[in-house]
Each structure stands twice: as C-alpha cells, then as structure tokens.
Design a protein around this ligand. Sequence first.
Ligand code: NAG
Ligand code: NAG
Ligand code: NAG
Ligand code: NAG
Ligand code: NAG
Ligand code: NAG
Ligand code: NAG
Ligand code: NAG
Ligand code: NAG
Ligand code: NAG
Ligand code: NAG
Ligand code: NAG
Length: 622
Amino acid sequence: MGCGRLRSLALLGCLLLASSCGRGDAETNVEVSMPDVVEAEIGETAVIDCEFSLPENSSYTYINWFSGEKMTRKRLISLIQDKEDWAEDQYRDRLNIAKNFSLVIKKVTPQDAKLYICQVGLGSLGVGENRTKLQVSKAPELPEFQLAKDGFRAAEPTLQEIATCTARNGFPAPSIVWYKNREALQPKDEETGIHATVITESSGLITIRSMLSARVAKEDREAQFHCQVNYTLMGKNKTAVSESFRINVLYATQNLSFTLDQPNQELKEGDNATLVCEGDGNPPPEYTLFKTEDSQYSSPDGKMLFPSVMRNDSGLYWCKALDLHTLEELIASVDLMVNYLDVPTIFPAGPQQPAEGEDLVLTCSTTGSGPLKFQWQKKGKLIADGAVLNLTFITYEKMGNYTCVVTMPDFPGWVRSRHIFIAVRAKPQKVHLEQNLGVREGEVVDLTCSFYSVPRMNISWSTSNSTVHTSRRKNHYNSTLSVLVTKEILKSGLNCTGENELGSENQHFPLWLKTKEHPDKTETITQESKGVIIVAVIVCLLLFAVLGAVLYFLHKKGKLACGRSGKQEITRPEAHKDEIVVEVKSDKLPEEAGLLQGANGEKRSPGDQGANAGLTLDQETG
Ligand SMILES: *[C@@H]1O[C@H](CO)[C@@H](O)[C@H](O)[C@H]1NC(C)=O
Ligand SMILES: *[C@@H]1O[C@H](CO)[C@@H](O)[C@H](O)[C@H]1NC(C)=O
Ligand SMILES: *[C@@H]1O[C@H](CO)[C@@H](O)[C@H](O)[C@H]1NC(C)=O
Ligand SMILES: *[C@@H]1O[C@H](CO)[C@@H](O)[C@H](O)[C@H]1NC(C)=O
Ligand SMILES: *[C@@H]1O[C@H](CO)[C@@H](O)[C@H](O)[C@H]1NC(C)=O
Ligand SMILES: *[C@@H]1O[C@H](CO)[C@@H](O)[C@H](O)[C@H]1NC(C)=O
Ligand SMILES: *[C@@H]1O[C@H](CO)[C@@H](O)[C@H](O)[C@H]1NC(C)=O
Ligand SMILES: *[C@@H]1O[C@H](CO)[C@@H](O)[C@H](O)[C@H]1NC(C)=O
Ligand SMILES: *[C@@H]1O[C@H](CO)[C@@H](O)[C@H](O)[C@H]1NC(C)=O
Ligand SMILES: *[C@@H]1O[C@H](CO)[C@@H](O)[C@H](O)[C@H]1NC(C)=O
Ligand SMILES: *[C@@H]1O[C@H](CO)[C@@H](O)[C@H](O)[C@H]1NC(C)=O
Ligand SMILES: *[C@@H]1O[C@H](CO)[C@@H](O)[C@H](O)[C@H]1NC(C)=O
C-alpha cells in the first residue's frame, strides 16, 4: 500500500513537471482533438470529449483536466494508470473521467461555465493538449407581468408606470422586450420608458425584471400588452411570452347619449321599452334620470325600464351625468312617444234583433294615436270597409256575428276588434234534417221537425194521437214525434207547424211504404222476359216524355203551384245552414247570453289587449 502510494506521488511529480514544461513547448507532437464549445444545461450532465491517437500496443502515461483561462489554470482531475485523481475533494461528487477520457461534469452549475483543458501525456511520444469552452444555460421561468395600478388616467403629461415583467432564474442573463399590439416597444424619451433590473440569485441564476412606463392615451384602452423574454438555451435563441393584458384607461365623459334601446322601432302600448343613458367616460359617470324635476332618480346603469309602456309614459325624459373625476355635468334628453289603439265600441251597443226587412246601421268607433282603418268582417271575411256598416232590408241570412276590426296602417299586425251578434226576428225558419220517411204500417216512427226562431215559438203536429218531445237550444227548436203508422197517416203524411208572433211555417213529411221499393221489386224483374222489360222501358220513357212536356207547359203558364216550403228548403243558402250550426253549438239561451254579456263587457283589461299583436276580441256581444 505504502509502495503504491509512493509510486503515484512520483508519477504526479513527473506529471506536474510535464505540464509546466509542456506549456508553450514546441516539442509537443501529440494531437489532441476537442470541440471548441460544449453546451450544457444547468442541473444536467456535461460531457467534454478529449480524443487523441495512441500507437498500437502503447498506452497513455497520464490525462490531466484543467479549468481556467489562458494564464491561470487549475488542475481538476487526472487519470493515471486508469485511476482518477481529484485535485480537491469537493470535485469527487461531480467530476469523472470517462473510459474514452471525456470529462463528465454532473449537476452543471452556472459557475462551471469556463474553459476546460485536456492534457495528454504519452511518455516518450510527448505531451499534447487542447481546450473546450463550456457554455451553460437555463431557460428562465415564464415571464409574468404585474400591473402597477388599477387604472391609468389618460392624457396625463408625465410618464406613468404601467407594469413590471419578471423572468426568473435563467442563465445566462435573458432580456425582456415589451410589446403593445404585437409591436415591440422601444424606449422613447417622451412616450415610453423601459427600465431593466438584473438580479443574480444566490444559486447563480439570473432574474430579470423590466418596468414599462408610458404616456397613456384614451386609445390605449383597446391596446393589448405583453412582455417577452429572449434567452439562449443550449446555444439556441429562444423566447417566451407572458399573457397579454389590457390596461384600464380612465377618461372623462365627453359625449352623453340618451336613447330608446330599439331606436328604429316605434313604440306601442304594451311594448317593453328601455331608455338608455350612456356617457363615453371610464368609469361611467353617475346618472340621474327624470321626466319632471321632482321625479329624479339615480340609476347606476343609466337605464329606465318600462315593462309595458303606456300612453301616459309619453313625453320628454332627461338624463344628467356627473363625471366624478372632473365633476363636470352633462345633460341629454329623449322624447318618448307611445302609440295607442283602443278597443272599438259599436253603436248601437249590445246584441241586436232587427225584424226581417228592417235596416240597421252599425257604427264602429275608437281612438288611436295615428291614422286608423276600420273594417267589418263576418265569419272572418271582409264585408265592408269603413267604420259604418249599413245593413239594408235585413233578411234571415244576415243573422250572425259581425266584427269591427280596427288597425293602424303604421303598425302592421296591431289589431283591435269587437263583435256584435245580430239575430233576425222573423217567422220560424225551417231547418232541414235528413230523415228516413220509408215506414212500415203498424210500426212506431220518430220524426223530428226543426226550426230556428227569434222570438219564441211553438211547434204543433197534425196528429194528436202521439207522443211529442220538444227541445230548445238558444233560438233553435226541435220537436220529435213518436207516432204509430196507420193507413190514414200513410195517405196524408204528417205536418208540423212552427209558429211565433211574426208568422208560421209548415213542414210536410210524406211517408211511404218501405216494402214496395225493396227486394220484392228486383225479384219480379228477373222473372219477366227481356222483351217485356224492353217494352216496359219504352212505355216508361214515353210516359216520362209526355209528363215532362205537360209539366213544362203548365210551368210556363204559371199554373203549377210550387210548394213554397219545398223550394225554400232547396234554395236556402249554405251560409244560412252554417249559421244555425254555429248557434246549435252554443248552449247558452238568449237570456243567459244577455246576462253574460254584461259580465264580459267589464272584463276588458288593457294588459290583455296589448299582449297579442293578433286579433283581440274581448267582449261577448252576442
Ligand atoms: C483542437 O481540436 C480541434 C478539433 O479537433 C482541432 O481542429 C484543433 O486544431 C485542435 N487544436 C490544437 C491546438 O491541437
Ligand atoms: C502487440 O502485442 C501483441 C501481443 O501482446 C503482439 O502480438 C503484437 O505483435 C504487438 N504489435 C506490435 C506492433 O508490436
Ligand atoms: C465518451 O463517453 C461518454 C460517457 O460514456 C459519452 O457520453 C461520450 O459521447 C463519449 N465520447 C465519444 C467521442 O465517444
Ligand atoms: C428577442 O427575440 C426576438 C425574436 O427572436 C428578436 O426579434 C428580438 O430582436 C430579440 N430582442 C432582443 C433584445 O434580443
Ligand atoms: C442569438 O441572439 C443574439 C443576440 O440577441 C445574436 O447575436 C445571435 O446571432 C443570435 N443567434 C442565433 C443563432 O440566432
Ligand atoms: C361625440 O359624438 C359625436 C357623434 O356621435 C361624435 O361625432 C364625436 O366625435 C363624439 N365626441 C367625442 C369626444 O367622442
Ligand atoms: C324587457 O326587455 C328586457 C331586455 O330587452 C328584458 O330583460 C326584460 O325581462 C323584459 N321585460 C319584460 C317584462 O318582458
Ligand atoms: C244605407 O243604405 C241605404 C240604401 O243604400 C241608404 O238609403 C241609406 O241612406 C244608407 N244609410 C246610411 C246611414 O248610409
Ligand atoms: C191512438 O193510439 C192508440 C195506441 O197508441 C190506439 O189504441 C188508438 O186506436 C189510437 N186512436 C186513434 C183515433 O187513432
Ligand atoms: C235537433 O235535432 C238535430 C238532429 O237530431 C240535432 O242535431 C240538433 O242538435 C237538435 N237541436 C236541438 C235544439 O235539440
Ligand atoms: C199538410 O199541409 C198541406 C199543405 O202544406 C195540406 O195540403 C195537407 O192537408 C196537410 N196535411 C195534414 C194531415 O194536415
Ligand atoms: C261571435 O264571434 C266571437 C269570436 O269572433 C265568439 O267568441 C262568439 O262566441 C261569437 N258569438 C256567437 C253568438 O256566435
């Protein structure tokens, strides 16, 4: 052991000698190859290669690694007979010489950035050396900004501190660039100041801080700022940017606007409207809104809401804005104009019951804020333009629901209406019902006779020996007869008479035997020969022709008394029938309808009317 130690000491002496001799010695003919620069990241491991050629079967004598600058070098570690020898104990942890003679530096620190010299001693072959510069680097943390203040008053004469940007723990010292709207800011005496501070941390890493000051203009409220850090890592130039930010620029209100939130829309009653007062300052001024001086109220957002605007909301409104910084006051006004359209009234009011042949003039009237258009409708169809409906020579067909519709051409879709029910006083009107009049002798049949009548009416039948059941719905009457079919009834048929104070109307029910026109008849035809059929057909045709001629002749002469009732039934207009159907659906008797009318007439509330833009019918006039 003692011997080995002695030997290594001897070698060390020789080695030191060689190193001192080798410097600047021309006889060095050993070629050592090393990279000029090695890049290493702080905290990682750096490897500095040292290569040289050895003649076959020969060996190196020693390898010395030095650090330092040209004139002062310091031995770090040596390799002698494959044994590492550290110049100082503190190097043991971090420095090694690899198998290929490279210097391995673990956990690189900023202080490791130096020149490294590899000296190779090859005994008789001589000594050679070369050098490498170790460059160490580390990316700083992402840059962070911090605003100097919450708000920056615009148009101040001096520069204001805006924000600081910090990039921590980088190496070597990074630099910070400020950007405004993606444009790099350069320091300018009047406009922009940039002051950077470099702080070397105890770790040797570098934190850089840059403060931006600027003259703030109102336009800067839109500006996007950010800072960028430029640094090198492993010999490459890199950048990292902070989040971008805006600054809160404070400026006085110069313009005040006071408007309706939907400025192009004309208001109508029931609309949801909002008046908006807005100053262009930041922060916004303090708003006071009022219509008359004694109704002032302050509104933080400058808004005045009308959930359902009414005609008496119309008028001039004022907004006063006080800038709390300059204490300047601005005032603006807006004229609110609310259009209205009332539900019309009809004169004469209430349900009308004119007698047949009478005239009736209905006049519709209402008030509205603009030009009005009146129309009369019946069953949704236009029957007259204008406010006056002149019904002349009223007939039963004119009965029904008449609606006065008022619109304002300036407000399409805004409709107000009222209807009136007109019942015509006339003698009872027959209502035709489909009934089977084919009967068998001896059976009991039901026949229904139906009438419409204003005023009240009575129904009677031409037979007394029977059961009669009558029913009535409003102005509609049914009478159902249950009768035993006798020969006499078959012969005479049955009559039903409806009568009111204005006259009477008769309905005739002819009856026939079912048996004569059913299966029996077809049987007889099949039994007879074809010839007989042909003869019979010809005879029938001739008979019909003669009958037709006679009827035509009589008709021309006006001698054929056409059954009035029958004719009416056939020619009754469709409208008339529909009308009755409408009536039948209602189960209110006229008396009840009359009572209801009063109650319904009261229920008109303005809110209801305005809610729908569509047809608003709010009074049961029928
Ligand atoms: C050092 O090594 C480099 C790279 O191999 C080489 O180009 C250079 O000549 C060497 N310098 C000396 C002094 O040997
Ligand atoms: C190197 O050594 C080996 C054996 O150790 C020998 O065979 C060889 O010839 C030698 N080479 C030279 C060039 O001396
Ligand atoms: C030398 O060895 C080290 C560690 O084993 C390795 O990282 C390096 O690349 C080697 N150098 C050469 C030139 O082979
Ligand atoms: C920072 O990096 C950007 C982008 O690489 C470059 O345009 C700029 O000149 C650099 N600024 C400084 C001060 O290094
Ligand atoms: C890196 O940036 C520095 C200074 O900003 C510049 O001098 C150098 O040329 C850049 N290098 C590369 C590789 O872009
Ligand atoms: C005020 O408003 C008017 C009209 O909108 C505009 O022309 C003017 O430039 C505004 N003034 C300011 C200071 O914003
Ligand atoms: C009125 O309109 C505003 C927005 O335009 C809405 O927030 C508010 O709920 C509306 N009010 C009513 C009663 O409809
Ligand atoms: C109603 O019409 C009739 C006949 O067309 C006419 O004589 C009468 O004057 C009109 N009445 C009104 C009020 O227009
Ligand atoms: C009346 O009807 C009853 C049975 O409903 C019958 O017995 C009677 O003969 C009838 N009288 C006449 C006059 O038809
Ligand atoms: C009358 O009879 C017809 C047919 O059965 C029925 O549709 C109608 O509702 C009845 N009318 C009344 C007032 O009972
Ligand atoms: C029924 O009325 C018709 C006239 O429409 C009349 O000729 C007939 O005699 C009446 N029949 C009865 C049974 O009353
Ligand atoms: C008249 O028409 C209105 C709707 O247009 C309806 O509510 C009312 O019931 C009708 N009256 C009658 C008697 O048909």
